[in-house]
Design a protein around this ligand. Sequence first.
Ligand SMILES: [Zn+2]
Length: 196
Amino acid sequence: MSEEAAFIRAICEQPADDTLRLVFADWLDEHDQSDRAEFIRLQCWHAHNWPTHALLTGCRCRSCKTLRRVRTLLDRHGATWAGVVHGPCVFIHWYRGFIETIHIRACHFASHPRLVAMFGAHPITVVRLADVIYPLAVRLWCHHWVPLEDDQFSETLRAAILNLPLFESEADAVAASSRLCVDYARQVAGFAPLVK
Ligand SMILES: [Zn+2]
């Protein structure tokens, strides 16, 4: 395993750890990837110093400057840095220098090789299945789910979803299904479950 691959593996294993990301940024600087290093540092800084106002046109504060620079770097390199995650997802969100959140169609969440590649490339901790209508109760949602059934879709994951209790809100159902999807994909990719 290359040094770079070992860093990324460690970061995916420990998504909550900022130190690993910042050490990786130093390594990137020493290996002619200064934009990537800067991006990781900027997003880590911003995550821990969130201001009281959103990005404002013309504002010169450090937060707004950071967000503008982040946007410039993503416009320039985002597709390359996203790598294997770029293709199958309908939405991605970058946080602390890596992809944290993905929205993806259920059929694209089915392939084990794809899950291994995606969860081995970015410390993904939030998954939303983009083509599933989330009703208030997850059992209703599962009825919606059935037509999405795909030969490749994991029996294990489907069974876990069917065993979920009823939820009082759509947000709770979305969060619970996200945790199941993340835990499932991390297991497939050979990582420990996230600490709750
Ligand atoms: Zn500002």
